[in-house]
Design a protein around this ligand. Sequence first.
Ligand code: HSE
Length: 428
Amino acid sequence: MTKSLRLGIAGLGTVGAGVIKIVQQNAALLSARSGVSVEVTAVCAQSRTKNRGVDLSNYAWEDDPVTLAKRDDVDVYVELMGGEDGPAKASVEAALGAGKHVVTANKALLAHHGHALASAAETAKVSLRFEAAVAGGIPVIKALTEGLAGNKITRIMGVMNGTCNYILTRMEHSGLPYDQIFEEANKLGFLEADPNLDVGGIDAAHKLVLLSSIAYGTQVDFGAAQLQGIGEISIDDITAAKDMGYRIKLLGLSQMTDHGLEQTMQPCLVPYNSPLGQLEGGTNMVVIEGDNVGQIVLRGAGAGEGPTASAVMGDVMDIARGINIPTFGIPAAQLTSAPAAQSTTPSAYYIRTSLRDAPGVLANIARALGDASISIDRLRQQNHEGDSAPVLIVTHPTEPANVDKALKAIATNKDTTSDPIALKIVEV
Ligand code: HSE
């Protein structure tokens, strides 16, 4: 008799329905590939009556995810509800405590509690997997833990929030301002229930810290990530970047340095013609650099029913095949606690501000930059009406601390008429 692997799925939104479709439609393929019959036995969601376009009639229904997680006829608890705490955390803990494997798409849960949950999974000798939590359909967790296991990872960069990439590329193509495109994205249903998770860079930073943990063998540490969202990016920034051969992306960057682990998620300028610069709409891209492999680029859909369900099923299939890899690639007890490092890597920066158009004002700003040990590479004052002139500056490579010092001086200068912003230029 064929062995079976029984799934209990909590959360029947887009991704949950997608997982059920794959189990129903690709049953023969899943069985042929794993030697196991992959079945759904029980489900749980907020509404029992909602039409999700899938037949649930053969599955037991539970109202409580914790009860579902502990059912005797569930081998793998698939958590697709989301949320950093609450029912998601309680049910995953319950599943691991009851000796069930867990597959989740929940980046917030793992970014905040990943180390403790990975330890619990190891104690219970079960798998805790989260491919769907990072970059949707791109199998980046598998790439890092398995395909690149022979490499010392030197750097990871990524555009991992499709909504932000949609907003930034749509602003560029339409010439419309941030607020208008934000509303458009909202109407299209792209934004999370709390939009700040997307546009504040939090969702993407959750993903970045999970990748860092695998890449460098460190305990996941969301609090150590430096965050800046896209809300301050203006159409003028996008146009100026394009004129200079760059494009603005919400870019995650993670690297281990001599002084600790740098993890930043912030809008950056990247070369227009680079793979990252060419990324359009809601697509995600992760660039990984390793000592032997060099640079690899992974690109694909970062969200949506099919791509995210595909990632969930990749994890389920590993469990069906009897593959049990530690959650973050090495046993939790061996993950180190790396000090968080503020970025000190010198980069060129793009700085935008507005100044009163009067004699000597620009000279004062140039002096503020000089006092912060910053050398100007390019400078442009845009056409303007009235006596407030938009000024764009590109610096030679300098340390972030110098930029912070210069920004403070510019912001407090009596002739500055708009808060300055600085964006790192990343040559990739
Ligand atoms: N809101 C995310 C995005 C998808 O826009 O990419 C879920 O992480």
